[in-house]
Design a protein around this ligand. Structure first.
Ligand code: FAD
Ligand code: NAI
Length: 476
């Protein structure tokens, strides 16, 4: 078996890894990418968590279930009548699988287009060698690669509750939650975070009775309080049962489903019986199997790879990006880090602005934000001005029949620089991009207020919220 030499070897083909590999190849490096994800036929399925069991399939199911909800509850408002509405879950899942495969195939095409050598299998460190590191690939074929520079992008996996392993039949991680073959009558979720709310929404829209048990007493603690309150109101109205401040006790698989013992915030002992349980209590970095100890790669107590602000590990020439390092577990954060690392390897000044990474929760209404929340500004003692504008007063939102929520601006009291923008409402995921651009350019709220926005559009609510900072909304 001969050793194959590369300038850059990327371990992991999720958004952090495959994007790092593409940028490295664009910059002229002879690049390899190793990824072990298998499709149902055992073939390669690059794209990582995001493509296979994360961003892409969850958004496919959110779209399908949203169509169903519209047809079941809102088409009638438009004068559209439907008899015998039904949902074919198998077909919905097959469509989702097709979307995933299109993305897997797209990445394989991009590897070819950029002349990146792709290795399907598990990559692990063997040893440091003269001018680089040796990495073994264990897969369909066994290979030994030597990279002058190594980028680790091995991602993360769902965290299980202690003593409650995922069986992906009744006790589900995000993986099983995306493959439930029929609408459960009762679905339980532990953790009212991003996955709990997105997956809970999918199955509630399709008819499941959904209960979400959250350990913390506050709902979406990282979200601006005013926005979280509005979202909580909307989800509760839709029928999501969200219980806050609970303490989860014994969880048992029963003949018909799962029973969860828990104590409510008021201290009452309760048992919840459900057909399926999704445990969505956060994710853990993937470093087992990497053989980090062989080269002395430093991990923290959570198993995450320790990196500096520029994704450098403790080893010269070894970098790490995405979910396997500190920071938010988001696909676009992983991508930006991947690009920046490739550029740093090339001696350029790759840069990631952690203050302007947008967050989106793809529920209905969507929740999106960038920058600081009102509670963070208060805690930091920063003087600020706030402006909000409700979608209720936006003509396009009324025409869409979707007037829940608002846009909120937070700007520095003295300079008017935008410090945070928070949206709950229709198309928040798209609207937030304007705020990200504005903050990257250090715009003031007045800048947005003076820009011409198309009419009628939801983006007028953004302009109006910026005007509201100066207490001069035009339509409210
Ligand atoms: P990953 O995507 O996890 O990829 C790592 C890859 O490395 C995997 O393919 C893994 O098999 C492979 N690997 C691991 N170890 C090895 C090894 N030793 N050798 C070879 N290969 C290895 N983020 C968003 O921004 N927007 C969303 O809408 C969104 N939705 C999500 C929905 C769900 C249900 C979940 C679970 C996550 C979601 N995320 C979302 C988070 C997003 O998926 C992650 O932040 C993103 O995938 C991280 O990218 P990554 O490249 O760091 O890791
Ligand atoms: P999360 O961190 O978003 O939410 C976990 C929730 O579980 C928290 O509210 C936490 O307080 C609660 N929790 C933790 N332990 C608990 C316990 N023992 N009992 C009850 N509640 C408990 O994590 P989640 O939802 O698993 O998602 C993981 C990550 O994946 C997200 O943080 C995000 O980074 C990413 N993701 C991003 C999406 C997006 O961008 N739209 C969609 C889905 C996931």
């Amino acid at each position: 078996m001969s050793t194959k030499n590369f300038d850059v070897v990327v371990i992991g083909g999720g958004p952090g890894g495959y994007i790092a590999a593409i940028r490295a190849a664009q910059l002229g490096f002879n690049t390899a990418c190793i990824d072990e994800w298998k499709n149902d036929k055992g073939g390669p399925a690059p794209g990582g968590t995001c493509t296979n069991v994360g961003c892409i399939p969850s958004k496919a199911l959110l779209q399908s279930s949203e169509h169903y909800e519209q047809a079941a509850h809102h088409f009638a408002d438009h004068g559209i009548g439907l008899d015998n509405l039904s949902i074919d879950v198998k077909k919905m899942l097959a469509r989702k699988d097709t979307v995933v495969k299109q993305n897997n195939d797209g990445i394989l095409y991009l590897f070819k287009k950029n002349k990146i050598s792709f290795f399907h299998g598990r990559g692990s460190f063997v040893k440091a060698v003269e001018g680089g590191y040796e990495v073994a690939v264990a897969g369909a074929a066994n290979d030994t690669l030597v990279g002058k520079q190594i980028v680790v992008a091995t991602g993360s996996s769902a965290r299980a509750l202690p003593g409650v392993p995922f069986d992906e039949d009744k006790i589900l991680s995000n993986d099983g939650a995306l493959r439930v073959g029929a609408v459960p009558k009762k679905l339980g979720l532990i953790g009212a975070g991003v996955i709990g709310l997105e997956m809970g929404s999918v199955w509630r829209r399709l008819g499941a009775e959904v209960t979400v048990l959250e350990g913390l007493p506050t709902f979406l603690g990282a979200v601006d309080e005013q926005i979280a309150k509005e979202a909580h109101k909307a989800f509760t109205k839709q029928g999501l049962q969200i219980q806050l401040g609970v303490k989860v006790g014994e969880i048992k698989a029963t003949k018909s489903g799962v029973s969860i013992a828990y104590t409510t915030a008021a201290g009452e002992a309760q048992t919840l019986a459900v057909d399926k349980l999704v445990v969505s209590i956060g994710r853990v970095p993937n470093t087992t199997g990497l053989n980090a100890e062989a080269v002395g790669l430093k991990l923290d107590e959570r198993g995450a790879i320790v990196v500096d602000d520029e994704c450098r590990t403790n080893l010269p020439g070894v970098w790490a990006v995405g979910d396997v390092v500190r920071g938010p577990m988001l696909a676009h954060k992983a991508e930006e880090e991947g690009v920046a690392v490739a550029e740093r390897i090339a001696g350029q000044h790759g840069h990631v602005n952690f203050n302007t990474i947008p967050w989106v929760i793809y529920t209905s209404p969507e929740i999106a934000w960038v920058g600081q929340t009102e509670q963070q500004l208060k805690a930091a003692g920063r003087a600020y001005k706030a402006g909000t504008f409700p979608f209720m007063a936006n003509g396009r939102a009324r025409a869409l029949g979707d007037t829940t929520g608002m846009v909120k601006f937070l700007a520095d009291a003295a300079t008017d620089e935008i410090l945070g923008v928070h949206i709950v409402g229709p198309q928040a995921s798209e609207l937030i991009a304007e705020a990200v651009v504005a903050m990257e350019f250090k715009a003031s709220s007045e800048d947005i207020a003076r820009i011409c926005h198309a009419h009628p559009s939801l983006s007028e609510a953004t302009k109006e919220a910026a005007l509201a900072v100066d207490k001069r909304t035009l339509n409210f």
